[in-house]
Design a binder for this molecule. Structure first.
Ligand code: GDP
Ligand code: IMO
Ligand code: MG
Length: 425
């Protein structure tokens, strides 16, 4: 399948985990290159459901190597509990199937504390983060005050660095009205996690380079989505990493000219968790999907905000990521509707020229009114359909129109969470 980057082309939760799991069958290595345990990637294998946060979704397939790259921020205690959770379900994780970059940064408990305190201080302007400490951890990385996985390998060095960081962060926590953290307990937990993780730590850049020389194929598993990207998203209502395809290169040390293909994943509608502008948001769709038991966050359990497919945003995502192939998931979510709308343009405050690019200013995007094209619903269950030609003609027309408006080749249509509920074109 060559080296492929898979990205979310919306606001996250597009069904990346499911599509990664399907595509893993064709590659040798699956790499996570950004984000942290703010991600929640769901894979359904028969009657078993797995939600992965830090470990690449490839871990569920035998004989595949998973890599957590340098661009990921790792909560070591969280990672160990994820490893143990998989072991309890019969999936052994060891250096044969999971390797961790020695330069990945650590998420520390003070990052989580500061994440929560800053959100509380923002009041109604909060971002609605997952409170996993992601923003403060990337903040420390960029400020050059972060601790890294390689620091964990040497307890004496780690203790020293830890003490210094604890002092500064407890001062910050106090200043923001929080309760200082107890270093002793935290240190013990991190050193215990280090014992489990250190055997998995290596220079993953040279490892991936050698693997490519040996003609191994790599799939890069994006986390979050394009509009949560720190540079290209609806700032400040974003996460703190580059969720777009470029992030896969910097976050893994694999050069751009080694990438062969970019797959963009979209839902057949749009969802968003947390605050921030969402032009096509429509409570009715949310109510319908929530009543079906769908669209609750895989990490925080929050009800996702829902709306119509936003082709303006998705087309912009195609440009930023260089999307070649489009995977449309959750088509079955629209099976019962009489009419389906797609946003093909915006008007600022509902007036003036039609915008075909989302304004980069979140305030302006919040003022954009969507212009819709309507499609007749197919009113037929699609979850048992396995061949493209067997989809109702109206569903095919809808999927093809989405791909055309989004500017990418329609490659996969998913009509259920299961592995087999996947139509390849
Ligand atoms: P990710 O973060 O992009 O991996 O997506 P999540 O796992 O957070 O959310 C996607 C949700 O949609 C999960 O519950 C998946 O099991 C589910 N899912 C993925 N594709 C389909 C589909 O085609 N149909 C249905 N019904 N569910 C799907
Ligand atoms: P996956 O990989 C959906 C959102 C949060 C919040 C914003 C910032 O499962 O698609 P953060 O904790 O990162 O500082 O929160 O980003 N967010 C996600 N939304 N899917 C995700 O990951 C997300 N990861 C973060 O809800 O709005
Ligand atoms: Mg998710």
């Amino acid at each position: 399948m060559a080296n492929t980057i898979l990205v979310g082309s919306q606001w996250g939760d597009e069904g990346k985990g499911k599509i990664i799991d399907v595509l893993t069958g064709k590659v040798d290595i699956v790499v996570r290159s950004q984000g942290g345990n703010n991600a929640g990637h769901t894979i359904v294998d028969g009657d078993k459901k797995y939600v992965l946060h830090l470990i690449p979704s490839g871990i569920l397939r035998k004989g595949k190597l998973c890599v957590i790259g340098n661009g990921v921020v790792i909560d070591p205690v969280g990672l160990v509990s994820e490893i143990k959770g998989l072991a309890a379900r019969g999936i052994k994780v060891n250096a044969k199937n999971l390797l961790i970059s020695d330069c990945a940064h650590l998420v520390m408990p003070w990052h989580r504390e500061l994440d929560g305190l800053r959100e509380a201080l923002k009041g109604k302007n909060k971002i609605g983060t997952t409170k996993r400490g992601i923003g403060p951890a990337y903040g420390d990385k960029v400020a050059r005050t972060g601790l890294r996985i390689c620091d964990l390998a040497n307890p004496a060095v780690f203790r020293e660095k830890f003490a210094l960081r604890l002092k500064e962060n407890n001062a910050l926590i106090r200043a923001l009205g929080g309760k200082p953290l107890n270093g002793k307990k935290i240190l013990a937990g991190y050193l215990a996690a280090a014992k489990v993780l250190t055997p998995l730590v290596t220079n993953t850049v040279t490892l991936l380079h050698k693997a490519m020389q040996a003609k191994k194929e790599i799939l890069f598993e994006g986390a979050q989505g394009t509009f949560l990207d720190i540079d290209h998203g609806t700032y400040p209502y974003v996460t703190s990493s580059n969720t777009t395809s470029g992030g896969a290169c910097t976050g893994s040390g694999v050069a751009p000219n080694r990438i062969d293909r970019v797959v963009g994943v979209v839902k057949a509608y749009t969802t968003r968790v947390g605050e921030g502008p969402f032009p096509t948001e429509e409570d009715e769709i949310g109510d319908m999907l929530h009543a079906m038991g769908r669209e609750f966050g895989a990490t925080t359990g929050r009800a996702r905000r829902c709306g119509w497919y936003d082709a303006v945003a998705a087309r912009y995502a195609t440009i930023i990521n260089g999307v070649d192939d489009l995977a449309i998931t959750n088509l079955d979510g629209l099976d019962g509707l009489d009419e389906i709308k797609v946003c093909t343009g915006y008007r600022l405050d509902g007036k003036g020229p039609v915008l075909d690019t989302p304004p980069t200013d979140a305030g302006q995007l919040a003022r954009c009114r969507p212009l819709y094209t309507s499609f007749p619903g197919w009113k037929t269950p699609t979850d048992k359909i396995r061949k493209y030609k067997d989809l109702p003609p109206k569903a095919r027309r809808y999927a093809e129109t989405l791909a055309k408006l989004t500017g990418a080749r329609l490659s996969i249509v998913s009509t259920g969470p299961g592995r087999d509920q996947t139509i390849h074109l």
